[in-house]
Design a protein around this ligand. Structure first.
Ligand SMILES: Nc1ncnc2c1ncn2[C@@H]1O[C@H](COP(=O)(O)OP(=O)(O)OP(=O)(O)O)[C@@H](O)[C@H]1O
Ligand SMILES: [Mg+2]
Length: 369
């Protein structure tokens, strides 16, 4: 799959822009605030129907304008598809493929997949649990439909059970039969998620090691992922019953896969505590490239790879290695942003890669500086 053309109207700091992409490696170079990330964000909209951050759709309309419009032409084999996204406040956001509007965005999401590596992703390294669980859940749900179904069962029943526990905190007369129904569903879906998360961690470890070793060009740094769950040692169903009194006092379920932990390590030490900024960033990139590999295998074609500001904190050697890796042919079409054009141009040259460079300035794009 290749993104061939992109058109923006009133999107963030772009009044109007038309870009055509040739080849597979594209760089957006320019100063801070010039509009590099905004271009990636427009692509993100067309792939995932929303922006990169949690900002509202309205925030993406250029100041003073009353709507935004994005259009892209994608090439897949000998087929061409035109995707558009239109948003006007107080009206529904519209996503269409070849002029045909989707009634449900879920029908579109996944058809034009992408993997984004962005500065905000560092949260994934620093987070205690929630963000990591969400990363693995989102990825696993894309790879395995049954996982998504069981995750929904688990989350729904957990919410109901917690609601019931809170209710009983204020009044007597526990409906044990209803609780038992929730417990049974939680046990079955929880065991399923536990098994799949364990197997998936085992699958990810060698991929992360492979990409990390290539980027850092050093065999002494060994990254790892560990997965731990209360279900490793406990019988989930029995434990839910055994903890009921405590759960009633606390008003929440204190055992289960919603408390699972993924840990990222480097040479068996906690990455978030002991890893340097460059090491943390390298790990994150290796993790995202592993995500890319899993998605490619599942889909049978390569997602777009968007690398926003990824060279920051990396030394020159790692930058060149990374360029060689992503442009080496296994990663399809790539979009890279950098606020330091010379750094990127030099790295491209050293890696022997021919890329298409766009110079971005105040919401305009030029092929030559
Ligand atoms: N709704 C909007 N209307 C107009 N301009 C906007 C809007 N939202 C953001 N901007 C502008 O877009 C610019 C930021 O663009 P972007 O994030 O793409 O910059 P960047 O080139 O990636 O910079 P950096 O190198 O700092 O990451 C800022 O100047 C900001 O004021
Ligand atoms: Mg940016």
């Amino acid at each position: 799959m290749r993104l061939q053309k992109l058109r923006l109207l009133n999107f963030k700091n772009y009044a109007e822009a038309d870009v055509e992409f040739n080849g597979l490696v594209h760089c957006f170079l320019g100063r801070n605030g010039s509009g590099k990330t905004n271009l990636l964000e427009a692509i993100h909209y067309l792939s995932l129907t929303r922006g990169i951050t949690s900002a509202s759709d309205t925030d993406h309309i250029r100041h003073g304008a009353d709507h935004f419009f994005i259009r892209a032409t994608f090439e897949a084999g000998d087929r061409r598809k035109e995707i558009t996204c239109t948003y006007t406040p107080d009206r529904k956001k519209k996503i269409a493929e070849d002029g045909k509007e989707y009634s449900r965005f879920s029908e579109h999401i996944g058809k034009y997949p992408l993997v984004l590596v962005a500065p905000g992703d560092i949260e994934l390294v620093w987070d205690g649990g929630e963000v990591k669980r969400k990363f693995f859940d989102t990825l696993l749900s894309q790879l395995d439909r049954e996982y998504l179904d069981q995750l929904i069962v688990y989350q729904t029943n957990l919410r109901h059970r917690n609601g019931l526990l809170k209710m009983y905190a204020d009044r007597p007369g526990i409906d044990r039969e209803l609780l038992a129904t929730y417990d049974a569903r939680l046990t079955t879906s929880g065991k399923f998620l536990h098994e799949r998360r364990r197997a998936f961690t085992e699958r990810m470890i060698p991929l992360v090691k492979k990409h990390y070793a290539y980027v850092v060009n050093d065999s002494l740094e060994s990254p790892g992922i560990t997965y731990s769950s209360e279900l490793d040692t406990l019988d989930f169903g029995k434990e839910l019953a055994a903890r009921l009194d405590r759960d009633l006092i606390l008003g929440r379920t204190t055992v289960g896969v919603h408390r699972d932990e993924f840990r990222f390590t480097l040479n068996d030490h906690e990455l978030k505590t002991f890893g340097s900024q460059g090491q943390q960033k390298s790990f994150l990139i290796a993790l995202k490239l592993s995500e890319f590999e899993c998605l490619s295998e599942k889909n049978g074609f390569k997602p777009l790879l968007l690398l926003d500001d990824i060279f920051d904190k990396l030394d020159d050697l790692r930058i060149v290695q990374l360029m060689k890796l992503v442009a080496g042919g296994s990663f399809g079409q790539i979009f890279i942003t950098d606020a330091r054009p010379r750094r990127s141009l030099e790295a491209l040259q050293q890696a022997g890669i021919s890329a298409e460079c766009f110079f971005v300035e105040g919401g305009t794009l030029k092929v030559n500086p």
